[in-house]
Ligand binder design. Structure first.
Ligand code: DC
Length: 221
């Protein structure tokens, strides 16, 4: 049995950072499932496919040439689409928005399922996303759901944008976070919701270190 920790939650909750730190501490593999949806969204954009054309979406998903390689310092994973490094393009709001729309297509989710499950390898896996504990790794030994108020998540997102040199407008960021929440939570297939057997952590008042400490407590191998 490969130990798997799933970390699900809405956008801007800090799951990516927590997942990366916990994976490093444990020496486990890391799955950033959002990056798979984002890379798929970029492929769709590059091929100028209409996102309502499900047949075309399916074809792209079947042929998706996607690779994750560690950065030189081994700290992060770079994403390669068709052999080209695309990590920073993937983080843009525009790609996140397309990814969130495409993620509502059930055929796409089914096609991307095996690709995600293939990340489960010894000595263990930390999987971050929206449906890791409810669909992709239902039998995972450890499940966490991170939440935070929408204002707090928009605040964090705004700070992140400013750190990257973008001005960012709070009202706009807040509206984007709310729109993404609505779509991710209300979609028919694999909507964002806590697994029945998960630990829910409200991170609104917690630092990253405090969240990591709580998550590490539940990992018992
Ligand atoms: O976590 P993220 O912001 O990188 O994800 C981008 C979008 O991809 C998100 O709005 C919905 C979709 N997604 C998903 O549907 N299921 C996942 N497991 C991960 C992401």
């Amino acid at each position: 049995m490969i130990p798997i920790l799933t970390i699900d939650g809405p956008s801007g909750v800090g799951k990516g950072t927590v997942a990366r730190i916990v994976a490093q501490k444990q020496g486990w593999h890391l799955l950033d499932s959002g990056a798979i949806y984002r890379a798929f969204a970029l492929a769709v954009q590059n091929k100028r496919v209409d996102i309502t054309d499900t047949d075309a979406l399916e074809k792209i998903a079947q042929k998706l040439d996607l690779e994750f390689k560690p950065t030189a310092d081994g700290e992060l994973l770079n994403v390669y689409l068709d052999g080209k490094e695309v990590s920073s393009i993937l983080r843009t709001e525009q790609i996140g928005e397309i990814a969130s729309k495409i993620a509502t297509v059930s055929a796409v989710r089914t096609l991307l399922l095996k690709r995600q499950q293939a990340f489960a390898k010894p000595p263990g896996l930390v999987a971050d996303g929206r449906d890791m504990g409810t669909v992709v790794f239902v039998n995972a030994a450890f499940k966490v759901f991170l939440t935070a108020s929408v204002t707090e998540r928009a605040n964090r997102r705004l700070k992140q944008l400013q750190k990257q040199g973008h001005p960012g407008i709070m009202a706009q960021v807040l509206a984007e976070v709310e729109r993404r929440d609505r779509r991710d939570c209300s979609r028919q297939h694999a909507p964002l919701k806590p697994a029945k057997d998960c630990l829910i952590i409200d991170t609104s008042e917690l630092s990253i270190d405090e969240v990591v400490t709580q998550v590490m407590k539940i990992i018992k191998v």
